[in-house]
Design a protein around this ligand. Structure first.
Ligand code: S3P
Length: 165
């Protein structure tokens, strides 16, 4: 099992889908599984119940996904590594790859995004810098490999990931 971690907009879903296709295993996205379970968008859930309730749900869903039999590629939400339990579960249960980007590159990709509740603020670039500063050490702690995703294409990232496995 391969799990991708990293900031929102860092390419976890795009790279994850292609990686899964190349290896010939299913692709699983923990955010999609959460949305299927709650029957609404993550943004709505955040607004109604707050971040802590979302993190509880995220931990439950990640543990449930990791307990499934068979091989697959899992893309996690950008904040999954905030909980120590998630970091441990992912590190022990999967080969974890951190797709690392600079806040500036993330901002370029997410400027017009309205789906990420944490970025619906007056200065999203400052928020991305702050989140990156807080989370970069956590992604590194959770991951077995770090891939810098700012420059290379999705194709070369997938190939880089394949050579690490
Ligand atoms: C979050 C990232 C989102 C989603 C939720 C919280 C975060 O996932 O889980 O909005 O805390 O960074 P993506 O990384 O797929 O955008």
């Amino acid at each position: 099992m391969i799990a991708l971690v990293g900031m929102p907009g860092g390419g976890k879903s795009t790279v994850g889908k292609q990686l899964a296709r190349q290896i010939g295993v299913p692709f699983v996205d923990s955010d999609h599984e959460i949305e299927a379970r709650i029957g609404s968008s993550i943004r709505q859930f955040f607004e109604q119940h707050g971040e802590e309730a979302f993190r509880d749900l995220e931990t439950e869903v990640i543990a449930e996904i990791l307990a499934r039999p068979g091989e697959f590629v899992l893309a996690t939400g950008g904040g999954a590594v905030l909980r120590e339990r998630n970091r441990e579960l992912l590190h022990a249960g999967a080969t974890v790859i951190y797709l690392r980007s600079t806040p500036e590159d993330l901002y370029r990709r997410l400027r017009h995004d309205t789906t990420r509740p944490l970025l619906q603020v007056a200065d999203p670039l400052a928020r991305l810098r702050e989140l990156h500063r807080q989370r970069d050490p956590l992604y590194r702690r959770c991951a077995h490999y770090v891939l810098e995703s700012a420059r290379p294409s999705v194709h070369s990232l997938v190939n880089m990931a394949l050579t690490q496995l």
